[in-house]
Design a protein around this ligand. Structure first.
Ligand SMILES: [Zn+2]
Length: 445
């Protein structure tokens, strides 16, 4: 089997580690932390084990006082992943930190965090760890070889899968809620609620958005779980459950904001994206590639969205826009796999960051491009055809005159939009989605 290791490999690895320890003790005269994964059987490496190792190293580095790491060396070999640290802290305190990491989560059971003091002595743990299969105390199971390698491997995989499923659900909820916070904080945004003012809105402010973003976090986690639990079923099953959760999330939003629609658009679009992430989830790779995510979201939403458009009779504002101008809004975006993000917002945002703009500046620029290009249903609702055309022309002119419009130009755009009661809320939702998708591809743990 690939990557299987022999006894010689293990011995050679131990010798190499011992030599490194001696070298580091002589160089730094400080305690060392040796971090390895506790993996049974002859195969010590896999993308899933690597992910757990990377997370463990990150947990350790976060837990150690800042500036205390003098040296760090990561080794990746068939014998397993290893990290060796020389640290300034007192060995006993470092051992306490390591023990608390090992005990802090289910995955910690698979971490071996050894501490070696300045004199080269390994610090003992006060009590032996329990058996990973049956939970029995001490080393009795291991000594008697009570469980087969197969059992140990199966248990290890189970621990890792369950841990990362929960971990990623939390990550998705946090990132989804955070992108809404980042969107509303992006300033200045013409006609929209931002840190300067409430734009063209008398009924909401920054706080309404922040409260709503926080209240919706559990909903986004639910969407991920729905997608994951129904991954083996047809997409219509997933979609029906997402829709039911979305209706409840709208109620939560209205309750939180006192009846104001802050996030209806993203409850739909971001909810479906989180559902798509759940459906495509794999423990060793939490987020599928962006293109794949967009495709999955589009397939999830397509049937329902097409049926809605086919039966549109003008009862809702959205249907009237569709019938009159063929504008499909956010549902059209999801249905078509987010063309405004793929072709416009994400490239503009990424390029701006690469050019050295900070996230706020890049976000404002992305929003301007969206206003200039996208048919925004909110602009039509509030300003009609002429209002929407005014907004679009304004953004185009600004970008035409100056690739990176100046602060005062943006502030006067805000005033003009407010004067006309225009609010590009659809574009703001797309900006939030841009933040969300960018944060996924930044390579979260
Ligand atoms: Zn046991």
């Amino acid at each position: 089997m690939k990557n299987e290791i022999t006894l010689e490999d293990v011995l050679a690895c131990r010798e190499r580690r011992a030599k490194l320890q001696i070298k580091l003790l002589q160089t730094y005269h400080s305690p060392l932390v040796s971090f390895t994964m506790n993996i049974a059987g002859p195969v010590k490496t896999s993308p899933l084990i690597k992910r757990a190792f990377d997370l463990g190293a990150q947990m350790l580095e976060k837990a150690l006082p800042s500036g205390s790491v003098l040296y760090k060396e990561i080794t990746e070999a068939d014998t397993g992943y290893e990290a060796m640290y020389a640290v300034t802290e007192n060995a006993g305190q470092v051992k306490e930190i390591c023990l608390s990491i090992e005990a802090s989560s289910s995955i910690g059971r698979l971490f071996d965090l050894d501490v070696i003091d300045q004199g080269g002595t390994k610090l003992d743990r006060s009590s032996a760890r329990g058996c990973i299969v049956c939970g029995a105390h001490g080393r009795a199971c291991a000594a008697a070889r009570l469980h087969s390698v197969k059992q140990l491997q199966a248990k290890t995989t189970e621990i890792l899968n369950e841990f990362f499923l929960d971990f990623d659900k939390e990550q998705v909820g946090r990132l989804a809620s955070m992108c809404l916070v980042d969107e509303v904080n992006t300033t200045p945004k013409p006609g929209l609620v931002d840190q300067n003012n409430s734009g063209s809105h008398a009924d909401m402010d920054l706080e309404s958005f922040l409260k709503s973003a926080a209240a919706l976090k559990p909903y986004f986690k639910d969407c991920f779980s729905i997608g994951n639990k129904t991954a083996a079923e047809s997409r219509s099953v997933t979609f029906a459950q997402l829709k039911a959760a979305g209706i409840l999330a709208e109620e939560t939003m209205y309750r939180t904001t006192g009846g104001v629609n802050t996030h209806k658009g993203v409850i739909y679009s971001l909810g479906i994206l989180c559902g798509a992430i759940g459906r495509l989830w794999m423990p060793e790779r939490p987020f599928a590639a962006t293109e794949q995510l967009f495709k999955e979201a589009s397939l999830l939403a397509q049937d329902a969205a097409r049926a809605d458009f086919a039966h549109a009779d003008g009862k809702t504002a959205g249907e009237r826009l569709y019938l009159k101008y063929n504008i499909t809004g956010i549902r059209g975006q999801v249905c078509d796999g987010f063309p405004a993000l793929r072709e416009l917002a994400l490239p503009v945002f990424q390029n701006a960051l690469e050019e050295g703009l900070d996230q706020n500046e890049a976000g404002v620029l992305t929003l301007l491009h969206l206003i200039a290009q996208v048919e925004d249903t909110n602009l039509y609702h509030r300003g009609g055809e002429s209002g929407a055309a005014f907004a679009k022309d304004y953004a185009r002119r600004l970008l035409w005159q100056n690739r990176l419009p100046k602060e005062e130009e943006l502030l006067s755009m805000d005033r003009e939009f407010i004067k006309r009661s225009l609010s590009p809320g659809g574009c703001a939702d797309l900006l939030a989605l841009t933040y969300f998708v960018s944060s996924l591809s930044k390579g979260m743990v």
